[in-house]
Write a protein that binds this ligand. Structure first.
Ligand SMILES: [Zn+2]
Length: 329
């Protein structure tokens, strides 16, 4: 009997749910709005509905388990969402317990960016690589660190917040309350903020035309649109973001010595306009060439399905490691 897995990507905006096989092929999928402001009870109802929809009439005995990729901070052992800024009103929600009661299936919960690292390792750009770091650059910057084939969780499950390493000691204020975090300098909103600043300072750029003069409409997407068309200001904004991401990666190379860096998220769609300054900075700032010579920095392979597939990989790991808990191996 073929083993199937349900993967859920519980995001701040959307809940994306899929039924997949052991090779990460998605057989059925559905998505709905999260509407987090309606509270955990209401969102749980939508998650349950989505899971029932993708399972359809599938024999439950075929389903190995349910994996959930959720925004942090969360307790990956207990499957408790602690206080997610993206899920209004969620505080200490025992997601794993609630879902196991509902479905009578094993449920595993992980931080979405952590699980994206697992997804890229199992099904994407990092297959067969035992030491890799995944970085997602979109509205925020998150990551997952796999060391010696194990996802690094830390003592309390809060590890791998690569976006909140300080890369500019007196830099701009970050959403986390600190200043100069990588996220505050290179995530999508930071790129958009810099665009507004330089335009207000008199820079002439195609970005202004793209938003019809309404600077509040600028996001990293419009900056990318202008950059892809060759706009020098927009290109420079991605160069600056890439510079800071490069500094963050140098820190990670020195600490973890991975053999691959995978970068995903919507901002990474800028492609070489972002990757080239990242690689240049890494070469300039790494302590020695052996830190980067054999460590490619590559785009993620899985696109929007990365969190769902990470949740699927999380369930698959239980069997691979033949352990009661995914953390015991
Ligand atoms: Zn921060």
């Amino acid at each position: 009997m073929r083993k199937l897995i349900v993967g859920v990507d519980l995001g701040g905006t959307q809940i994306r749910t899929a039924l997949a096989d052991g090779e990460g092929r998605i057989l059925r999928r559905t998505s709905c709005l999260t509407l987090a402001e309606e509270g955990p009870g209401s969102v749980m109802g939508r998650i349950k509905g989505a899971i029932c929809e993708v399972m359809g009439s599938t024999d439950r005995r075929q389903i190995q388990g349910i994996g959930v990729a959720a925004p942090g901070p969360l307790d990956p052992w207990k499957g408790v969402i602690m206080d997610a800024p993206n899920l209004a009103g969620w505080k200490n929600v025992p997601l794993k317990e609630l879902m196991e009661e509902e479905f009578d299936l094993p449920v595993f919960v992980g931080n979405d960016a952590n699980l994206a690292a697992l997804a890229e390792q199992h099904f994407g750009a990092g297959q067969g690589i035992a030491d890799l770091i995944y970085i997602t650059v979109s509205t925020g910057i998150g990551g997952g660190i796999i060391v010696d084939d194990r996802l690094l969780l830390g003592a309390q499950g809060f590890a791998a917040e690569v976006g909140h390493q300080t890369v500019e000691a007196h830099g701009p204020r970050c959403n986390c309350g600190n200043v100069g975090c990588l996220e505050a300098l290179a995530a999508g909103p930071a790129i958009a903020r810099r665009a507004r600043e330089v335009i207000k300072d008199g820079a002439e750029t195609a970005i202004t035309e793209i938003v019809g003069g309404d600077l509040d409409k600028i996001t990293a997407r419009e900056v990318n649109q202008a950059a892809q068309a060759g706009d020098p200001i927009a290109i420079e904004l991605f160069r600056q973001a890439g510079f800071y991401i490069g500094i963050g990666i140098v820190n990670l190379l020195h600490i973890f010595n991975p053999s691959l860096i995978v970068i995903g998220g919507s901002v990474a769609k800028a492609g070489e306009l972002l990757f080239e300054p990242i690689r240049t900075t890494v070469r300039e700032r790494a302590m020695a060439s052996y830190y980067w010579e054999n460590t490619p920095i590559v785009p993620a392979a899985l696109g929007d399905d990365v969190a769902i597939l990470g949740a699927v990989a999380l369930v698959l790991l239980q069997e691979d490691h033949d352990a009661a808990s995914w953390l015991d191996w």
